[in-house]
Design a protein around this ligand. Structure first.
Ligand code: ARG
Length: 480
């Protein structure tokens, strides 16, 4: 049964019908669609726009349809077109012609915008929850190795020693910004478009604020054309998700490197690695590689969404139907990657011996020796040159900087004192005692601050989950 058959003389070709249909993709929105319809029906009755008895029947039937769809996935009959018509046809099967009253003062254009906003806001909340769990895993690992020292890198060359905890906390900080961006996207997503009608508003005395309250929206959209044409919230969410995925891919790449024999910094738990079908000795970091590999499609979805909107005239255009496949896959992919990353991190054991050896090697305290001279009045550029010569001397004689005696050091500069002898990575780390630096007291403080930030994210998630109504909540609600 078409919603729009009245003015048509002939049926759509089966091929056009199949091409047009979005049901296989948007069936995923059945819960959101029913939630929105219940709120709309309750508002219509409260405003005296449809009879209260019809509204009660409709709401009860929608609750039953929701249970039915949750229990068994419906056949994807493409003639039904989309999820909105599927739900309406089931409603008609239950309540007869009264079903037709539900679409008073509503269009599929504002309906689909509503459904997608309900979906997106819930997805943002679950993504923030997953980020908090990954942050918790990183914080737990950081706390488990409070004094482990490792090489910090620039250009993937060993540069200066850092605490392993400091390195892990760098990821916690990135993910914290991600959560903040997602919360910000939520703010602009959580706006009610319903009431825009097809594009111009509706000629009924509707109460948009009441619908917003039922559905826990923070605001109602200020312009009906914009309300049905706007998918900025999807783009913003996809952009924030793309950046999450960028961060996950950086972490994944380090896990791949660190698990190699060349680094040997970590053992990826066997539960998150796989063997090779031909090389019996292999233990491959597939989970990390896949996280890295899935990044391309997430970026692709962002570009896809942006391109759908490019040059699109106001207001609703069918092009917008293409938004869902992109957004759904971006949401699913990033959520799955975040969750598996949390498991993988939690199951990672770090090899302190390998980290420590690497942290001492390759003249990692060279900057500290230069700083030693600079702190004793030598201009830093001059100190840099002196230590460069020291490194050359060590390379030629097969020594390390820590092995040089004071007499040897003083041959290169008379400003060296006993404190420069036998300098170790742990001292280099301890010296960087500035806010945001890698010295143990700074890292301890940063760890505590990060725990508070993650707790705040978790509290936000709990509050939003509690605020979002379920279908059962809205069915059971007293009539006003
Ligand atoms: N399936 C459509 C979509 O996803 C729903 C809105 C259809 N509106 C219309 N006027 N054809 O965008």
């Amino acid at each position: 049964m078409k919603q729009w058959g009245g003015r048509f003389h002939k049926a759509a070709s089966a091929s056009a019908e199949a091409f047009n249909a979005s049901l296989p993709v948007d069936i995923r929105l059945y819960r959101e669609d029913i939630l929105g319809s219940i709120a709309h029906a309750r508002m219509l009755a409260r405003q005296g726009i449809i009879p209260a008895a019809s509204a009660r029947q409709i709401v009860e039937a929608l609750g039953a349809i929701h249970a039915e769809l949750a229990a068994s996935p419906p056949p994807l009959d493409l003639a039904l077109e989309d999820v909105h018509t599927l739900v309406e046809s089931r409603l008609r099967a239950r309540v007869g012609d009264d079903a037709g009253r539900l679409h008073t003062a509503r269009s599929r254009n504002d309906q689909v915008a509503l459904d997608l906003r309900l979906f997106t806001r819930a997805a943002l909340v679950e993504q923030i929850a997953a980020l908090a769990a990954l942050q918790r895993a990183l914080l737990e690992r950081a706390a488990a190795y409070p004094d482990a020292v490792m090489p910090g890198y620039t250009h993937l060359q060993r540069a200066q020693p850092v605490l392993l905890a400091h390195h892990l906390l760098a990821y916690v900080a990135m993910l914290q910004r991600d959560s903040e961006r997602l919360v910000d996207a939520y703010r602009r997503t959580n706006v009610l478009p319903l009431g825009a009608g097809a594009l111009a508003g509706v000629p009924y005395p509707i109460d948009r604020q009441y619908v917003a309250t039922l559905l826990a929206f923070d605001a109602v959209s200020p312009n009906s054309l914009d309300a049905v044409a706007d998918r900025d919230f999807a783009v913003e969410s996809a952009a924030a998700l793309a950046l999450v995925q960028a961060h996950l891919s950086r972490l994944a790449e380090e896990w791949v490197l660190w698990s190699s024999s060349e680094f040997g910094f970590i053992e990826i738990d066997e539960a998150y690695a796989t063997g090779s079908s031909i090389m019996p000795q292999k233990r491959n970091p597939d989970v990390a590689e896949l996280i890295r590999g899935k990044t391309g499609r997430v970026y692709g979805h962002l570009l896809g969404l942006l391109t759908i909107l490019k040059g699109l005239p106001l207001a609703y255009n069918k092009d917008l139907q293409e938004d869902k496949a992109a957004l759904f896959d971006a949401v699913d992919t990033v959520l799955a990657c975040t969750r598996i990353a949390a498991e993988m991190v939690a199951a990672t054991e770090f090899r302190r011996d390998r980290l420590a050896a690497a942290a001492e090697a390759d003249f990692s305290t060279a900057t500290d020796l230069a700083d030693h001279l600079a702190q004793r009045g030598v201009p830093f550029r001059e100190a840099h040159r002196v230590v460069g010569e020291l490194v050359r001397y060590c390379l030629a004689s097969g020594r390390t900087l820590a092995e040089l005696s004071l007499a040897e050091l003083q041959r290169f500069s008379p400003h060296f004192t006993a404190e420069a002898v036998g300098l170790r990575a742990a001292q280099a780390v301890a010296a960087r005692d500035v806010p945001g630096g890698t010295a143990p007291p700074q890292v301890r403080a940063a760890l505590i601050a990060a725990q508070h930030a993650v707790q705040a994210s978790e509290d936000w998630v709990a509050a939003r989950r509690a605020a979002h109504p379920t279908v059962d909540d809205l069915v059971a609600r007293a009539w006003e």
